[in-house]
Design a protein. Structure first.
Length: 133
């Protein structure tokens, strides 16, 4: 059997709002909730299960997307007025990066989790420094 990531539980102050925010940015249709979770299903089968919580530390998730999906996500971020950054820690506000021969952008979800869209996977073969878009 091949080992695959199946699901993650993401703590949120409002699981419905956080799940809807991410699904909207990624252009993903609604996924039915089950039990105490509101789920967002990615194309590769990984489910992000949002659960209400008042006690958590913000985390980071990166989503590998196509160029067309990146462009659509960027448009949705602009439409929602979401601040974007070229690097973690809110580095280079309003910019994207061009790491590993692709494009990338960071943004915060409603609970302060750091989300990232990238068009090329990270790896040693393409080590680069942030540069302006």
């Amino acid at each position: 059997m091949t080992i695959q990531l199946n699901h993650l539980i993401i703590p949120a102050r409002d699981k419905h709002a956080s799940a809807r925010f991410l699904a909207d940015i990624l252009g993903i249709a609604d996924t039915p909730s089950w039990g105490r979770f509101v789920s967002v299903q990615t194309d590769n089968g990984v489910t992000l299960d949002f659960a209400d919580s008042d006690d958590f530390r913000p985390q980071h998730w990166a989503f590998l997307v196509s160029d067309a999906e990146f462009d659509a996500g960027m448009e949705r971020l602009r439409e929602k007025g979401v601040a974007i950054y070229a690097g973690p820690g809110h580095a280079k506000p309003g910019e994207i990066n061009h790491l590993y021969g692709g494009r990338g952008v960071y943004f915060d979800d409603p609970d302060g989790h750091l989300m990232e869209l990238i068009t090329a996977p990270y790896g040693e073969q393409n080590q680069t420094i942030y540069r302006e878009a």
